[in-house]
Every structure is written in C-alpha cells, then in structure tokens.
Ligand binder design. Structure first.
Ligand code: FAS
Ligand code: PHB
Length: 390
C-alpha cells in the first residue's frame, strides 16, 4: 500500500486526525491494534474544552455532541465537608465546558469514517515503524494472517501511552518527564440522574468527583490507595465513601444505584519531548499523560491533532512545511500548560499520603483564596475551559 499519512491508533487522536485529513482530501490509512467494539467500550473522558468543541464542529462531527452533549456554565469546588465554591466558567470567560463522553465522540468519529470509506484497519498486529528519518518511511503490520507494508510520507503516532511510536524516537533524542501520584481514581458509571453540575471535592478522607454522561448516566470517582483493587470496593462502600467526602446537602442529592462499570486508573504526569522525529509525529497520549483532575487528557489529544492537521494541510496544499517544522514546539507549549494545570488541580484537591500539617494548611488556604478572589477563579476558569488556539 502507498499513502500520504499512516496513522497508528484509532483512539480520539487518530480517528479525529483521520476525519480532518479526509475533509482536506489527504489520503491516509489508520491502523488500530484492538477491535472496533473494544475501543468503543473503553470508558474514558467526559469533559470537552470549548476549544475542542470548536475543532470537533469544524471537522463536521459535532452534530450529536451539540444535540446530546450538555454545555455547563459552572463547576463546583467543595472542601472541608461544608464549603462550596461555584466557579462561573461562562460568566468569567465567556466560554463553557461541554460534558460529552469520549465513547460518544469515538462513535461519532467511527460512523464518519464509515461514511467516508476511510481505510480504518482494526485488529492490526505487530505494527512497526521504519526509516522514520528518511523521506520514505513505512509501516509494517500483520492483518488477517497476512504481513502488510504501507509506504508513506508521514507517520502519525496516535497510539497512546503503551503504543510503539514514542519508542521509535531514539532514547538519545528523547527527553521524558514524569511524576507518579501516590493514589488512584476509582471510577463508576451508574444509570442514575447526575447532579446538575460537576462537583470536585477535597476532603480529609480524600478527593471525590461527581460528573455526568447523560440525563440517565452518571460518572463518579473517589481517590483510593493505588494498591486497591475494585474487589475492595463494593457499590455500598463506594457510595458511602463518596457521600462522606461531600457537603451533606450535596451528598443528599446524589441518586445512587448499581454500578455498570467500575475501574481504577493510576495517576501520572508524563511528557516526552520532542513530538517529532524525522517524518514521525506524535499526537495525544503517545506523547503525554495528565492526571484526569483537570479534564485535559482528551482535550490535549484534540489540540495536538488540530495543530498537526493544520500543518499537514499546509504541506500538501502548497508545500509549506513551516507548520510541521514548528509542530513539536507549538504542541508542547500547550501540552506543558495543561500538564501544569492538571498537576496544580491534583495537588490542590487530593489528600497526599504523609502530607504534613503545613501542606494541608497550604491546600485549605489556597481554596479559601480561590473563594475570595474573582481573579483566582478567572485563572482557574480560563484554564479549565481551554485557552483559545492562537
Ligand atoms: P488512546 O490511548 O485513547 O488511543 C490510542 C489507540 O492506539 C488505542 O485505541 C490503542 O488500542 C491503539 N494502539 C496502541 N498501540 C498500538 C499499536 N502498536 N498499533 C496500533 N494501534 C495501537 N482523560 C480525561 O480528560 N478525563 C478522564 O476522565 C480520563 N479518564 C481516563 C481513564 C483511563 C483508564 C485512561 C487510560 C485514560 C483516561 N483519560 C481521561 C485520558 C484519555 O481520555 C486519553 O487522554 C485519550 O484517550 C487520548 O487519546 P489518544 O491519544 O487517541 O490515546
Ligand atoms: C469524567 O466525567 O469522566 C471527568 C470529568 C472531569 C474530570 C475528570 C473526569 O476532571
């Protein structure tokens, strides 16, 4: 096979890049290790920055998001079991956040790929990248028992944290930054009506989050020890622990029910520089991971794809490679801003094992300062909804 761009990975990054390249009539092939159904059943993110909403609409896959998504004017921060601070996203920044599940976006992208007739190859095994620093890179893989090769101009590494693309950049050329957090998030889905607004809570028992997927599907999280397993957490224990971490009047409004999904995710901050090596370009989790506290993971994948697709469009439209030459530094500028915000929100809202009384007092004072300062709330709000693309 021969194509212009070989995309590895059909998560949100790869599938959105495919959609935008299709719109620009740039031929490409997408290779996905898992089956379509497996990707569609992975429960991941739930919050889109307004910048992401605009990219998704411009790509022509925003109709169901606009019909079924839930645009929110505010988020609530709670702490100490009694304080609640509404952060007025729209009033402070003029922009909202959109609650729309990653699985829904993935479905919209796959249905668009079907309509486009895109070469979206699932169950691709042994994917490997070759000659990425030459002008004729290629990808090999095995599909339906047959060894295949795709010759291309560029390879887009959209294969997530555990993919093969990042490792194709020699260690001597790559710098990695990492912070592992000493706790995880236990998340559940329940077919119950969510609270009207998201609630992030800091409590001496630990962090909690009340989120949404649709009017009859809720997403909740509690911070848990990283060594826990879901077998340690019955539904009853989850619901009582979540309630204990919230102000009573909020806890009383939660409609509980049986969990239909339960999982524990570890938290880490990770960045690999650069995001380009020769004609291999990384986008999304293949290059960076953020703790979900700031709701940035999916949104960084969208912003990488926005920048990468604009650069590829310029290259194929008029041979202008400036965007590709700038891609890594432009993408990393936004990546580090979101990594810092996600680290800050995580540090502000979680109970760190072994934290000193001084560190606890620092958290409490920062939350009190937020409550007292419109400037501090505006700073949080503009980072949460996503700063506009330049
Ligand atoms: P993805 O990991 O989504 O997609 C990469 C794709 O590449 C996968 O489909 C994988 O199967 C495929 N792949 C891997 N290796 C391959 C190979 N060798 N060949 C071919 N294909 C290969 N973000 C938030 O904002 N909020 C959240 O609450 C949140 N919760 C999360 C919970 C979990 C358990 C995880 C793992 C992530 C969570 N995230 C969250 C982050 C998540 O949403 C990611 O940021 C988002 O999926 C990034 O999209 P991609 O970069 O496309 O990576
Ligand atoms: C979610 O709905 O899954 C979600 C919302 C906000 C976050 C993280 C996860 O910060």
């Amino acid at each position: 096979m021969r194509t212009s761009v070989a995309i590895i990975g059909a998560g949100p990054a790869g599938a959105l890049l495919s959609q935008i390249l299709h719109n620009a009539e740039i031929d490409h092939v997408v290779l996905e290790r898992q089956t379509r159904d497996y990707v569609l059943t992975r429960i991941r993110a739930g919050v889109l920055e307004w910048s992401s909403v605009e990219v998704i609409r411009a790509a022509g896959v925003g109709d169901r998001m606009d019909a079924d998504g839930d645009a929110h004017d505010l988020i609530n921060l709670a702490w100490g079991g009694k304080h609640v601070l509404p952060v007025q996203l729209k009033a402070l920044t003029g922009r909202q956040m959109m609650a729309y599940g990653q699985t829904e976006l993935q479905q919209d992208l796959y249905e668009a790929a079907d309509r486009n007739g895109t070469a979206l190859i699932f169950s691709a095994e042994n994917v490997a990248v070759h000659d990425v620093t030459s002008d004729s890179p290629y990808v090999t893989f095995r599909h339906n028992g047959v060894d295949e090769r795709i010759d291309c101009d560029y390879i887009a590494g959209c294969d997530g944290f555990h993919g093969v693309s990042r490792a194709a950049i020699p260690e001597s050329e790559r710098t990695e930054f990492e912070r592992i957090y000493p706790f995880g998030w236990l998340g559940i889905l329940s077919e119950t009506p969510p609270l009207p607004h998201l609630v992030y809570t800091n409590h001496e028992r630990g962090f909690g989050l009340c989120s949404t997927r649709n009017p009859m599907l809720s997403r909740y999280y509690v911070q848990c020890p990283i060594e826990d397993s879901i077998d340690d957490w019955s539904d009853d224990r989850f619901w009582s622990e979540l309630a204990a971490r919230l102000p009573t009047h909020i806890a009383n409004d939660i409609v509980t029910g049986p969990s239909i999904e339960k999982s524990i995710a570890p938290l880490r901050s990770f960045v690999a520089e650069p995001m380009r090596h020769g004609n291999l370009l990384l986008a999304g989790d293949s290059a960076h991971i953020v703790p979900p506290t700031g709701a940035k993971g999916l949104n960084l994948a969208v912003s990488d794809v926005h920048l990468l697709s604009q650069a590829l469009i310029a290259r194929y439209a008029n041979g202008d490679t400036a965007g590709l030459d700038q891609y890594s530094s432009d993408a990393l500028h936004r990546v580090w801003a979101s990594v810092r915000f996600s680290w800050w929100m995580t540090t502000l809202l979680h109970r760190f094992p072994g934290a000193t009384d001084f560190e606890q007092r620092m958290q409490e004072r920062e939350l009190e300062y937020l409550a007292s300062s419109a400037a501090a709330q505006t700073s949080l709000a503009e980072q949460y909804v996503g700063v506009p693309f330049v």
